[in-house]
Design a protein around this ligand. Structure first.
Ligand SMILES: [Mg+2]
Length: 413
């Protein structure tokens, strides 16, 4: 199965519980900072996880959604807006966009954020199920209605019931097969009209995640979003060299046929994703300056790497490359000592400007002394990879900078 690249977001709901603040603005477009809508945050999350085709299902006040987002690019992703002709419920809204749907796609609520590894949800799509729901554990399910998980399968949905009890609830993010359309008739709600029947038929899976969750449906939670989302988005980064760290260094690797992953590399990236690190690759690519291949060939290789990572439940947030070299044959790339070319720190410094990186806990892993020099120049600890198992090296690096998996769990609790 090909990597899931499509994400569909439900943005048509009415923010009735928000009262006057949502009277003239679709709920997902409400600002959480000057000029920043809640939906901007959500789209940034989808884009950095490698979803490149984003479809917004708009309804109520949909002209504002179209005006702001249709045709827009978010990192590598492009955004399209589909407007339902009349309120159709979440099922009807999806049906209305049926001609655009990929065989597998992610469906997410536009008014909530669940900070989890979205690639872990969208890996291993299989014909054995029609949908897989991201679930979260809560102390009191009575507000939501609970979900019963039996291994990977969801065996039952229970309606909202009086009395507090702990359990798993639907977090509003799903991996779906297009065949879900066979179960949708007329205007309906996917959550209440479609999922229970699919669960009864054994066609629904669930996966528990323990990430931060916020729903902006209430004035109080909307205020919290403005404070908590900027805090939560500041997190440490793992800077990784590419050749000799992620893939075997055969010298100027530039096509997928020559891609051999280093031992433990995909596992290392997945664990970093699970624990909320930004994973940023910084790679010297003098081969471009020397005319051995071009940036498009390199980008194609990186897309291929992202597909392999997606199959392993992982993703790289961004690749930074430096085509400059003192002996470049292509003149525009000839430079005696370009600030981006490692051992200089230019790529790392640029990434630190582009992403809300918390320096505390951040580090670099490389296989050459020049990588470590670049890290030092950027003021970050650097670790040498011996080629044995990248997951082990990254675990040791995290322990060394004081952000072991255990200490992160402590922070979260
Ligand atoms: Mg290297």
């Amino acid at each position: 199965v090909e990597a899931v690249r499509q994400a569909v977001v439900l943005v048509g709901g009415r923010g009735t519980r928000l009262g006057a603040i949502a009277a003239d603005t679709p709920k997902p477009l409400l600002p959480i900072a000057p000029g920043v809508a809640f939906l901007d945050v959500l789209l940034g999350e989808l884009a950095r996880h490698g979803f490149t085709d984003i479809i917004l299902l708009a309804g109520h006040l949909g002209d504002q959604v179209s005006a702001r987002y249709h045709g827009r690019a978010v990192r590598e992703a492009s955004v399209r807006v589909v407007r339902e002709p009349a309120p159709l419920g979440t099922g009807g809204a999806l049906w209305n966009a049926r001609a655009m749907l990929d065989p597998w796609f992610l469906l997410a609520n536009g008014d909530s954020l669940f900070d989890v590894n979205l690639r872990a949800l969208s890996m291993d799509a299989s014909p054995e199920f029609v949908g897989r729901l991201a679930l979260r554990a809560v102390a009191d399910t009575s507000r939501y209605g609970s979900v019963t998980l039996d291994g990977a399968k969801i065996s039952a949905f229970r309606e909202k019931a009086a009395g507090a009890s702990s359990g798993l609830v639907n977090a509003g993010i799903y991996l779906l097969n297009r065949s879900i359309l066979d179960f949708i008739a007329a205007p309906c709600s996917i959550e209440t009209d479609v999922f229970p029947g699919l669960a009864d038929a054994g066609l629904l899976q669930g996966r528990r995640f323990d990430g931060y969750f916020l729903d902006i449906g209430l004035p109080d939670t909307l205020r919290r979003a403005a404070v908590e989302i900027p805090q939560r988005s500041r997190r440490p980064a793992a800077f990784l060299d590419r050749d000799g760290v992620l893939n075997r260094d055969f010298g100027h690797v530039h096509d997928a046929g020559k891609l051999v992953w280093m031992p433990g590399a995909k596992e290392a990236v997945r664990r970093l994703n699970d624990d909320g690190y930004y994973v940023l690759v910084v790679t010297n690519q003098a081969g471009i300056g020397k005319g051995l291949y071009d940036a498009e060939a390199m980008n194609a290789l990186h897309r291929h790497m992202q597909d392999d990572l997606a199959a392993a439940g992982a993703h790289v947030d961004a690749f930074y490359h430096c085509p400059f070299h003192p002996e470049a044959t292509i003149e525009v790339f000839r430079h005696p000592d370009h600030p981006d070319r490692k051992p200089n720190a230019g790529m790392i410094l640029r990434a630190l400007r582009d992403w809300p990186v918390e320096r505390e806990g951040s580090f670099l892993v490389g296989d050459q002394p020049t990588d470590l020099q670049a890290a030092r120049s950027a003021g970050l600890p650097g670790f040498l990879f011996d080629g044995v198992d990248l997951a082990d090296t990254v675990t040791a690096a995290r322990r060394s900078v004081g952000r072991s998996p255990a200490s992160i769990e402590e922070m979260a609790s």
